[in-house]
Write a protein that binds this ligand. Structure first.
Ligand SMILES: Cc1cc2nc3c(=O)[nH]c(=O)nc-3n(C[C@H](O)[C@H](O)[C@H](O)COP(=O)(O)OP(=O)(O)OC[C@H]3O[C@@H](n4cnc5c(N)ncnc54)[C@H](O)[C@@H]3O)c2cc1C
Ligand SMILES: NC(=O)c1ccc[n+]([C@@H]2O[C@H](COP(=O)([O-])OP(=O)(O)OC[C@H]3O[C@@H](n4cnc5c(N)ncnc54)[C@H](O)[C@@H]3O)[C@@H](O)[C@H]2O)c1
Length: 485
């Protein structure tokens, strides 16, 4: 072991999309920063989550669009070329080679150390490198934990021994199974069922709750119907009681009524756990395996609900459990990197709601797209969540297919939009769009919510004709101009 201690202003543990951005902002703010990464620089999103999953989904979406435009559909005569889809997916993951991201890190003036980091004390870490060396580190100002999350394996007898797929295997598979059982009914289950059924895999979903339970009911229903149309065997209110993989490699999944489902693979998509079990949290008075709760400047809170003494530890991205999405984690990273630099250099901190150094939007305006067929794009509060939060609301619904732009886009366009209005302030609290290509509408809804644009001003935001965006005008008309003021 080297006895030297290397010092940096900021040490970031985990070089996923979020850790990279914290370090980048801090360096731009004049600090020295070290990123420590145990696996691939770029993390889950680049290699086993967002990018490969969307690459698996996009070809079927493109075919589906063309098949629903008369004149174009005649040109689509073949089947999905699964091998080509997997090859294209490989190009997005750079064949699981992170040299491109390493080059970006170096170019950004960030130092990189490969290895596994553990806390040894306040602002102190020890890293075990891939060749077994240990390196001691000290942070002059701050440490950020950006260690992400990992798949939760439900406690089902036999499951762990059956070598189940997690989202990692599902997004990086080199061939597709003939049959796939999926445990879970959230975003991963819905997206992977959509992708694999498009490849010809016979998919069964076992979900305890309805699909996409946090979304508006109509969104959950649209995805449920579309998966059924794609041939997915949907068992809602169901889970496995036992799982066993036999000597031939076939997985046998037993259900409550004794039915046994046979499949080549079983995918567990039942939620996430924090990657804090092997981080040495006990050395700094925190509990291993816990999510790292933070305040809005991303400072980690202790059991007393206050930042740790010395205000030196931050947590960004999945590990803080605020929002498990890349774009929202990167938003936190921008706030955290900037506030770490500001605090270290004695500059003013802007930590009032919506200030430069806080992640206020995490509470009120989180956009998410579930890339199913049709996609679900939502931001802010659902009608149920708004009511639960005590708002006096009006819910406005509109069939997107009635919009001229939508009807030109896809023959017989089927889609639905819902806007939830705060009746006291006459501003938008939440919007959900379901329908082909609605994901591109989402930032307009996010702007309306974050900007708290009054409805009577939104009337002056004129959507171009004929685009699907005209759904905004239709939502306002349905709400009523007199009611908007
Ligand atoms: C299948 C799937 C699809 C998804 N699709 C989307 C999507 O389309 N859009 C979206 O916004 N979100 C999506 N998500 C969520 C998104 O992937 C995560 O929110 C995001 O990757 C979190 O980034 P992170 O940097 O916090 O963690 P990670 O990307 O997990 O990075 C953490 C890094 O820390 C490293 N690390 C951990 N512990 C240590 C240690 N002790 N020492 C050194 N290094 C360590 C890990 O090796 C890892 O590289 C998806 C998730 C899944 C599972
Ligand atoms: N497009 C995207 O933005 C995208 C895509 C994939 C994942 N993600 C993110 O990744 C995170 C993880 O996604 P996820 O789908 O794994 O988790 P999730 O929390 O969204 O869903 C988990 C689902 O599994 C069900 N479940 C749990 N235990 C079960 C059991 N024993 N049997 C049957 N069902 C069970 C739950 O009822 C729930 O429906 C999410 O927070 C999501 O935001 C985002």
């Amino acid at each position: 072991m080297s006895t030297d201690v290397k010092e940096y202003d900021l040490i970031v543990i985990g070089a996923g999309a979020i850790g990279e951005n914290v370090a980048d902002r801090a360096v731009q703010g004049g600090l020295s920063a070290l990123l420590v990464e145990a696996e691939l620089v770029g993390g889950e999103c680049s290699y086993w989550a967002c990018m490969p999953s969307k690459a698996l989904l996009r070809p079927a979406e493109a075919v589906h669009s063309a098949q629903h435009v008369n004149g174009a559909k005649q040109a689509v005569t073949g089947e999905i070329d699964v091998e080509a889809v997997l090859k294209r997916r490989d190009s997005f993951t750079s064949n699981w080679d992170d040299s491109g991201q390493v080059a970006w890190v170096k170019g950004a003036g960030i130092e990189l150390l490969r290895g596994h980091a553990v806390f040894t004390g306040v602002k102190e870490l020890q890293v075990t490198t891939p060749d077994g060396e240990t390196v001691r580190l000290r942070a002059r100002h701050a440490v950020t934990a950006s260690t992400g999350s990992t798949s939760l394996l439900p406690d089902i007898p036999g499951l762990a021994d059956a070598r189940p797929w997690t989202s990692r295997e599902a997004t990086s598979a080199k061939s597709v199974p003939a049959r796939l059982v999926i445990i879970g009914g959230g975003v991963v289950a819905a997206e992977m069922a959509t992708a694999y059924s498009s490849f010809g895999t016979r998919v069964t979903i076992l979900s305890r709750s309805k699909l996409l339970a946090k979304e508006e009911d109509f969104a959950s229903l649209a995805v449920t119907e579309s998966l059924r149309e794609l041939g997915v065997d949907l068992r809602i209110g169901e889970s496995a009681t036992e799982v066993h993989r036999d000597a031939e490699g076939i997985v046998h999944t037993t259900l409550r009524d004794g039915t046994v489902l046979d499949s080549e693979e079983i995918l567990v998509a039942a939620g996430r756990l924090p990657r804090t079990g092997d981080l040495g949290l006990e050395a700094i008075g925190l509990t291993p395996h816990q999510w790292l709760e933070t305040d809005d400047t991303l400072l980690v809170l202790g059991d007393d609900g206050k930042p740790l003494p010395g205000e030196w530890l931050y947590a960004t991205g999945d590990v803080n459990h605020r929002v498990l999405l890349t774009h929202q984690g990167k938003y936190q990273a921008r706030a955290a990197g900037d506030v770490i630099a500001a605090r270290a250099t004695g500059q003013a901190v802007s930590d009032a709601p919506w200030g430069r150094h806080v992640a206020t939007a995490d509470h009120q305006s989180v956009p998410q797209v579930t890339f199913t067929e049709p996609p679900v794009a939502s931001v802010g509060l659902t009608s149920v969540a708004a009511e639960k939060a005590g708002y006096r609301t009006k819910v406005v619904d509109y069939e997107i297919g009635y919009v001229a732009g939508a009807s030109v886009h896809i023959d017989g366009y089927k889609g639905h939009a819902r806007m939830v209005v705060d009746e006291d302030r006459k501003v938008v609290l939440g919007v959900t769009f379901v329908g082909p290509d609605v994901q591109e509408l989402l930032t307009s809804a996010t702007m309306a919510i974050v900007g708290e644009i009054p409805l009577d001003r939104l009337w002056h935001v004129v959507p171009a004709y004929p685009t699907i965006s005209e759904v905004w005008l239709r939502l306002l008309e349905t709400y009523g101009r007199d009611a908007s003021a």
